[in-house]
Design a protein around this ligand. Structure first.
Ligand SMILES: [Zn+2]
Length: 191
């Protein structure tokens, strides 16, 4: 049955077959015992894992947990291991699918400051007045008002013939609303 195995595979199989679910053997000890190159450090190398993988590919029911590897002693043991491995693979697949959609967030820095969640933040009062405006895709742009004129650091403003953009318009609207609210408040105190 074991004639098609390489010496490493055969040694690993003989060793693992002596270990059942109750006493698994850790990868490091397999590597040391079968004479894989990380003998000095005892470090479990990728080589050892590829030996295990090859054995599984050749039909040997080798199970593995956080505690180590063992040879399935019954159908139930193998079935339970298959179930748990399948669950982990499903989770990994979910992670893989999610990661494929995470390219837009590469090298993006997030803040835990709740102020940053506000679409428009006033940064500086006086002249010039400066706002930080959250654009689509979560990027922030700076809107500056000087002598009554608004400018923005975004691309759209740069190429706008009207010299406006969504961000300057949003700030103008907020400034107007704030001024109206202040005027209404002043009116109230007068009355
Ligand atoms: Zn803009």
């Amino acid at each position: 049955m074991t004639t098609d195995l390489t010496p490493y595979q055969r040694r690993a199989l003989v060793l693992i077959s002596k270990h059942g679910r109750g006493n698994p053997i850790i990868g490091k000890n397999i590597a040391i015992n079968i004479g894989l190159k990380d003998r000095d450090t005892g470090k479990e190398g990728a080589d050892m894992r590829s030996v295990i993988h090859a054995l599984r590919m050749k039909g040997y029911p080798i199970c593995g947990t956080g505690e180590g590897y063992y040879y399935a002693g019954s159908q139930t043991e193998l079935f339970q291991y298959i179930e748990s491995l399948g669950g982990r693979i499903a989770k990994q697949q979910e992670a893989l699918d999610a990661l494929k959609k995470s390219f837009p967030n590469i090298a993006r820095v997030f803040s835990d400051d709740p102020m940053d969640e506000r679409p428009i933040m006033m940064l500086k009062n006086g002249d010039p007045m400066v706002w930080s405006v959250k654009g689509s895709e979560g990027r922030r742009h700076e809107v500056v008002r000087m002598h009554g004129f608004y400018t923005c650091t975004c691309e759209s403003f740069k190429y706008s013939n009207k010299r406006t953009c969504k961000h300057t318009e949003a700030v103008e609207k907020e400034v107007k609303t704030t001024a109206e609210a202040k005027a209404a408040e002043a009116q109230k105190t007068l009355l």
